[in-house]
Write a protein that binds this ligand. Structure first.
Ligand code: PAF
Length: 280
């Protein structure tokens, strides 16, 4: 696996692959790779001849320095995982290479970034949009693979690519879950054992809404209440939001007549988990 820590050699490699008529798929990550990321890599390998994984813990998208400092950075394990997964190149820029002195230009997403995660984490999606644009500029991908677990991020990236004519195909991959249903996340490792046990209430809550939907319920308030009832019954869960929104516009729905997504953010101790499920 080729490893690049600066945009110039990364772009040279990408240009050379393109000159050989290779399709490039990029999998943007912040490292601490788990089976969820490897599912993205697998999809990328099926779709393209050259797979680039980017590993960069992006300071611009963290609201709290402590959260940024605490974020795991097992770079050696990540490189081994990439090698085993058949990744062709890893782009792991230093912070100085990504944001050199004098850096001052950002990508500002629109209203999609103001709700849900955006309301709770001001500036978060501006940081995501900026870094994803820069990662695309360095890796010159034909397509980019993102996890559906971060549903709002995926919607914002799709919008951004369309709005800015970036010409990168965005592919969303279903969330990988633990056997008990908990969505894989690098943050799960930080859950205390009792919180890890309690966190199963998140996928259970989403499934309660799905069950109600399957039984014919179409009122979004009732579906939301079904999910909240599960979370309210778990004393360790501190619910930040449970919303039923349109898949692309992320607007709150009062009825479920077309495809929607139920999205949630829940705290367990110091750890904030997000998850979502499509309905309809
Ligand atoms: O989803 C993530 O891991 C990050 O938000 C991303 C897309 C790599 C940008 O830093």
């Amino acid at each position: 696996v080729h490893v690049f820590d600066h945009p110039e050699p990364m772009r040279r490699y990408a240009r050379e692959r393109r000159a050989h008529h290779e399709t490039i798929a990029v999998v943007p990550t912040m490292g601490a790779l788990h089976a969820g990321h490897l599912a993205l890599v697998d999809a990328a390998r099926r779709l393209a001849g050259t797979v680039v994984v980017t590993i960069f813990v992006n300071p611009l998208q963290f609201n709290e320095t402590a959260d940024f400092d605490r974020y795991p950075r097992p770079i050696d394990d990540d490189l081994t995982a990439c090698r085993h997964a058949g990744v062709h190149a890893v782009y792991a820029p230093t912070a100085a290479a990504m944001y050199p002195a004098g850096f001052q230009t950002h990508v500002e997403p629109g209203v999609l970034a103001e709700r849900l995660e955006g309301a709770m984490r001001p500036g978060h999606f501006r940081g995501v949009a900026t870094v994803v644009t820069k990662l695309f500029a360095a890796t010159l991908p034909h397509l980019a693979v993102f996890g559906e677990k971060d549903h709002q991020q995926l919607a914002i990236v799709r919008r951004m690519v369309a709005d800015l004519d970036l010409g990168v195909e965005i592919v969303g991959i279903p969330t990988v879950r633990e056997p008990d249903g908990l969505a894989l996340s690098s943050r799960n490792a930080r859950l205390a054992p009792h919180d890890r046990a309690a966190a199963v209430s998140v996928p259970q809550a989403l499934r309660a809404a799905e069950d109600a939907y399957r039984h014919g319920e179409r009122d979004a308030g009732e579906l939301r209440a079904a999910a909240l009832a599960v979370l309210d019954a778990e004393p360790r869960a501190r619910v930040e939001y449970v919303e039923i929104v349109g898949v692309d516009d992320l607007e709150t729905r009062s009825r479920v007549d077309d495809q929607v997504v139920i999205v949630t953010a829940v705290w367990f101790g110091e750890v904030r988990l997000i998850d979502n499920l499509r309905l309809g």
